[in-house]
Design a protein around this ligand. Structure first.
Ligand SMILES: C[S@@+](CC[C@H](N)C(=O)[O-])C[C@H]1O[C@@H](n2cnc3c(N)ncnc32)[C@H](O)[C@@H]1O
Length: 353
């Protein structure tokens, strides 16, 4: 991976923008983190995994989300589900189990060939209804879901130093990958107040993804779950180190130049940018809420009552404010008439976007 990155830096004339570096580190065929065979998702480092996601933590995540997905299928009179970045296939399996024959076809869009194989194995019992595609079709109908996908899309890094904005990229210094800044006309959507040095991210890839999705979705709804904030919070003056983070062996570190390909690289999501991109291309916002509030609205409390004690404990982590309940958000979109969606019925924060 280091060799490939070094070659790419040289080929780019000595400076590679960070979004390109992140795309290669995560998705370069065979070598990138999501392209290699490492385990990635799991509940503890002992399993050889690097981080845990909600569907891995508890089956109740998928069962509660299924309540919202069923309502969205009914409201939009569709029967197809689309999942982006399906990971181990755990969420797809829970949704297919919970929704039964209400789902005519479950289509997974997955960039990683190794994860696709894992998903095919996990979803064997539903093989007649599940299919994989590499790209979005020109026309889509149905309900789209994506858990922790937007945070895995490459970001551009911006650094304000002595009040001058730079784009941060990667160069080679004595044969080693090193940070390197060049002056830029790019700006974050909000200028952080103050005069102090400031590093942050902008999300061209995730926003372009939302525009494409919005253009192609003719009838349906979409739900994305991820960690992040509205832009006023994202570009707050105190968040001067940005949100870029790496994950390996259930430990977080801030250095994507160390061991590329061996760890996940993520950035928080600017939900205002996601909502605007979707809206510009024809998808209206259905709601925006914390994950905790959304899951409670979808009835996770009742699901917990009949669950085993370990499942109850795990589900509690999904809703607890100090765990995943507050930092993670759910944003919903619709194409077609608005309805009062169950997941956003109480605690909708769309006004904060
Ligand atoms: C952090 S993992 C989350 C996996 C799973 N959704 C879960 O919750 O366990 C990110 C996933 O997004 C996929 N991904 C990233 N960008 C994508 C894109 N543009 N289209 C489809 N999948 C994408 C990755 O390959 C990976 O499967």
């Amino acid at each position: 991976m280091q060799k490939l990155l070094g070659e790419q830096v040289a080929r780019a004339g000595g400076w590679l923008p960070f979004d390109r570096y992140m795309a290669l580190s995560l998705y370069a065929p065979g070598l990138g983190y999501y392209a290699n065979l490492s385990r990635k998702f799991g509940t503890s480092p002992g399993s050889g995994s690097d981080f845990v996601t909600a569907p891995e933590m508890s089956p109740l995540f998928g069962r509660a989300l299924a309540v919202q997905v069923r309502e969205a299928l009914d409201q939009t009179d569709t029967a197809d589900i689309w999942e982006f970045g399906a990971g181990s296939g755990a969420l797809a399996a829970e949704l297919l189990l919970a929704l039964g024959t209400r789902v005519r076809r479950f289509t997974i869009v997955e960039l990683s060939a190794s994860l696709r194989e894992r998903q095919q194995e996990a979803l064997g019992p539903f093989a007649d209804r599940v299919q994989w595609v590499n790209e979005l079709p020109e026309r889509m109908e149905g309900v789209v879901i994506g858990n922790e996908v937007l945070d895995a899309m490459p970001v551009k890094l911006l650094a304000r130093r002595n009040l001058i904005w730079h784009e941060r990229g990667v160069s080679l210094v004595e044969g080693r990958l090193a940070w390197s800044d060049v002056p830029t006309h790019l700006r974050p959507p909000l200028e952080p107040t103050g005069t102090h040095d400031y590093v942050t991210e902008i999300h061209h890839h995730a926003e372009a993804f939302m525009r494409t999705l919005a253009e192609r979705m003719k009838v349906g709804a979409a739900f994305f779950i991820d960690y992040g904030f509205p832009e006023a919070e994202y570009y707050h003056q105190q968040r001067h180190m940005g949100t870029l983070m790496c994950h390996r062996g259930h430990l977080a570190d801030p250095d994507p130049l160390e061991s590329p390909g061996e760890k996940d690289i993520t950035a928080h999501v600017n939900f205002t940018g996601i909502a605007l991109a979707a809206q510009e291309a024809g998808l209206a916002t259905l709601g925006y809420a914390t994950q905790g509030r959304f899951l409670v609205n979808c009835g996770i409390g009742a699901l917990m009552e009949s669950a085993s004690l370990p499942d109850q404990v795990a589900a509690q982590r999904l809703v607890a404010e100090h765990e995943m309940g507050e930092l993670f958000k759910v944003i919903g979109f619709h194409h077609g008439p608005f309805w009062d969606a169950v997941g956003f019925r109480e605690g909708d924060r769309t006004h904060t976007l």
